[in-house]
Design a protein around this ligand. Sequence first.
Ligand code: PLP
Length: 478
Amino acid sequence: LEPDEFRRQGHQLVDWVARYRTSLPSLHVRPKVVPGSVKAQLPRELPEQPSQALGDDLIALLNDVVVPSSLHWQHPGFFGYFPANASLLSLLGDIASGGIGAQGMLWSTSPAGTEIEQVLLDGLADALGLGREFTFAGGGGGSLQDSASSASLAALLAALQRSNPDWREHGVDGTETVYVTAETHSSLAKAVRVAGLGARALRIVPFTQGTLSMSADALADMLAKDTAAGKRPVMVCPTVGTTGTGAIDPVREVALAARTYEAWVHVDAAWAGVAALCPEFRWLLDGVNLVDSFCTDAHKWFYTAFDASFMWVRDARALPTALSITPEYLRNAATESGEVIDYRDWQVPLGRRMRALKIWSVVHGAGLEGLRESIRGHVAMANSLAGRIESESGFALATPPSLALVCLYLVDQEGRPDDAATKAAMEAVNAEGHSFLTHTSVNGHFAIRVAIGATTTLPDHIDTLWDSLCKAARQSGG
Ligand code: PLP
């Protein structure tokens, strides 16, 4: 494709994206598809000859196959999982990143990408109140990972290296232990397996009574007992905003308990962390100045198109010490000068694209104040929904609302959770098409999660959802 023709077809495609985004409210959030129905629409033979009208072909594929068979994550009625906001602001940066097409494994392969990333991550560390120790100027630093899952794995690898400097040479020895709760994201269990520790290395710390948050006292007990039994606590992972219910582990107490055993503390704040941009939510990160690494996703509540996850470490040498391997073909004068960051040493893959441009677009396009306003709007909508749930018989909050996440169930006349009615209500709402909900389990009961956070969600969309939930409750006899 020559640049002039790219310009023509690219304009058509940008027009298409703008039209798609405008049309979202009129679409059903969840498609009516069955497994295999997409495959059935695609020719099995790949073309031998180049298309003469690729842009038109692509738009036809989007209209005929992709739109009718997609779950519309950018729909204002999308309340499932956590939002994966691909704001139009971030798309501008994403197009630019693809257009430049730089591969930023080393400073020397993408000086601009590397340094824009460093400046953004330093600025965001300040904006989130992480403390100077997480900035490059303070001896730490941040990087853009592809996901929170990768950040957890990278943190675990750095923790293994710090815990045993022999690890690079000899690997794990079977004494390593990692501490999470039953509500920790499954990516931690995966990281433990990928790192070769085996599932038995994963210790599940009990909750503080009556909550779904890690008990720092129970953690301290487990650490003492495990150490006495010859185990080596390598990492503790508190979560700020668990996936199921948005529970918040007490970072400060956890970090203090871990410190005695020199275990690495990695905070997984994949969804909730960005709320700390707002001074009134800074308390979420109380104690973060005591931890070793911290992650929050840009591709959730920071309005950035997949994929991008912020990860900060207190010690800028920690990840390279664990991960750096330098074959001859990567040697270069800038690296040897010691004056640059080579981000390949901060992640598992070698190559990386210029994710910094889409973050730049979001930060500059919305401004920190714009981001704060949007977060506050989502939290206000969650509080208003929670208020309606509390005052309506037949409904109950499954857990206290956490920021913009509300977990609820339908209850019987004695106020006991009614699993069947709750599930039926969720399915009824999803079938209507204007909203999309997913679920979790709270103390063994089926609970609906309402994760508010799409860039285009307005109070009206919450009203529609609530009316629909009430209708479903009436139909179930609640
Ligand atoms: N941690 C938490 C608390 C999450 O909620 C999620 C995803 O929802 C993840 C980690 C994994 O996120 P990612 O897709 O960025 O790996």
